[in-house]
Design a protein around this ligand. Structure first.
Ligand SMILES: Cc1cc2nc3c(=O)[nH]c(=O)nc-3n(C[C@H](O)[C@H](O)[C@H](O)COP(=O)(O)OP(=O)(O)OC[C@H]3O[C@@H](n4cnc5c(N)ncnc54)[C@H](O)[C@@H]3O)c2cc1C
Length: 413
């Protein structure tokens, strides 16, 4: 068996794992990242991730720290305005709109939007020799000095710290016996890009009706043509029907659902279907191991929280590791990992509870609930102090300010 020793072994080369790899490497740690699936780095290739990610400001700080932002910035679309519209009723007409500008909280932008395939391309280029693709983590055996990590190609890696970024079905999490609570909504998201007649004006638009939100997020213009990424959440069977529809029929359904906000929309490229679930791990720490990103938490794609929470995990872990190294300590110690769990888990539970509540309100098709949601939207977004709190929440402030009553523990697993 071949042997290798590193400071940090990152399991998973998704967007979160690649960011962790770049960030730990930029901080001077010796890092190896492994992933069984070679990264797909173009929009057209089979298996390409057609989602886009809206990075809110604190996440951009981590991308800068990881040395990734310089290459990403010229390709990112800024988000300066968030628009939330209620299109309740059968006629598909927008009845109420709330708009929040970044300038209201003294910021130039809320964040930046980038296609996931492009993120992977730039991240893979940056981490270069630190990524071993086509190889999975098979077993993690924690020892007092280091974890012994068995890889599928027969290599044994000694790592002081294992960062589990191996996704929602994390084998590392399961191997450590850390339980996760998971629940679904009978919902799926259809994900695709569109071109449109009117400019988006750097605004994201979330239209609520029933079945779930329909969200348009700005992309940079393509050869002078306006473009946006769309996440369209619906009940599972309807979402599957939309994903399989002939293009002309789909475009008609799309334009009905978008209520004309950006003028005529046209599908650009393929459609993808994503199941919508919520999942939270009971703990973020195991012996010599930290769970991050979807290995730790999965949320419905509302308010661009998923990957932004993940990057907050990575930033918190990196801060602790840098401070511990400076003091000559062990970056995989039980104490450090316990501190990581305490720094992140409460915040994650609050955000998960808040997003779960927003999704349930958005799915509600029954009239009394819809009216209640509409009243809720007006109340929530009408008052200036509450609006500012919500916007800051998007920018990374603690969710506790807005959703103190969220208790995901009480839900069935
Ligand atoms: C429709 C949709 C839209 C979204 N939009 C946003 C948004 O705008 N903003 C935002 O912040 N978030 C958003 N999210 C969430 C975000 O996309 C995810 O949080 C993120 O992509 C997940 O990244 P990840 O790296 O944790 O997981 P993954 O991308 O699933 O990566 C996990 C990796 O681990 C690898 N792996 C699996 N098993 C092993 C093993 N044994 N050993 C090693 N590697 C292994 C897999 O091959 C995979 O590459 C959205 C999600 C959805 C569904």
């Amino acid at each position: 068996m071949r042997g290798l020793a590193v400071d940090v072994l990152v399991a998973g080369g998704g967007v979160a794992g690649l960011t962790a790899t770049a960030a730990f490497a930029a901080a001077g740690f010796e890092v190896l990242c492994v992933d069984p699936v070679p990264p797909v780095t173009s929009a057209e290739a089979e298996g390409s991730d057609l989602r886009s990610t809206a990075f809110l400001s604190p996440a951009v700080d981590l991308l800068r720290r990881a040395g990734l932002w310089e290459a990403l910035a010229p390709q990112a679309a800024p988000l300066r305005l968030m628009r939330i519209a209620d299109a309740g009723g059968t006629e598909g007409v927008i009845r109420e709109t709330a708009e929040f500008a970044a300038s209201e909280i003294g910021a130039e932008v809320f964040g930046w939007n980038l296609p996931n395939w492009l993120l992977r391309r730039e991240m893979v280029a940056r981490v270069d020799g630190a990524l071993r693709a086509g190889v999975r983590v098979e077993r993690v055996v924690p020892r007092s000095e280091a974890a012994l990590v068995a890889l599928s190609d027969g290599t044994q890696v000694r790592a002081r710290l294992v960062v589990a970024a191996d996704g929602r079905d994390s084998a590392v999490r399961e191997g450590l016996g850390i339980r996760a609570r998971r629940w679904g909504y009978g919902q799926k998201a259809v994900v695709f890009s569109v071109t449109h007649a009117l400019p988006h004006g750097d605004a994201s638009t979330e239209i609520h009706r029933s079945g779930g939100p329909f969200t348009l997020v700005p992309l940079p213009d393509r050869d002078g043509v306006h473009a946006s990424a769309v996440v369209w959440m619906e009940a599972g069977p309807r979402a599957a029907e939309l994903a399989a529809m002939p293009e002309a029929e789909f475009n008609a359904a799309l334009n009905l659902r978008s209520c004309g906000v950006l003028g005529e929309l046209a599908l650009a490229g393929r459609r993808m279907l994503w199941p919508i679930i919520t999942q939270v791990a009971e703990r973020l720490d195991g012996p010599r191991t930290a769970l991050v990103a979807e290995a730790a938490h999965v949320v419905p794609p509302i308010g661009a929280q998923g990957l932004n929470m993940s990057l907050a995990d990575i930033a918190a872990l990196l801060d602790l590791c840098e401070a511990t190294r400076a003091g000559g300590g062990d970056i995989g110690s039980r104490e450090l990992l316990g501190r990581y769990h305490r720094a992140r888990h409460g915040e994650i539970l609050l955000r998960v509870g808040g997003i779960d509540a927003l999704n349930r309100a958005s799915m509600a098709g029954a009239r009394p609930l819809r009216e209640l949601r509409r009243a809720g939207l007006r109340t929530l977004y009408g008052a200036a102090p509450v609006r500012r709190t919500l916007m800051r929440l998007g920018l990374g402030a603690r969710a506790a300010e807005s959703w103190p009553e969220s208790r995901p523990e009480s839900r069935p697993g």
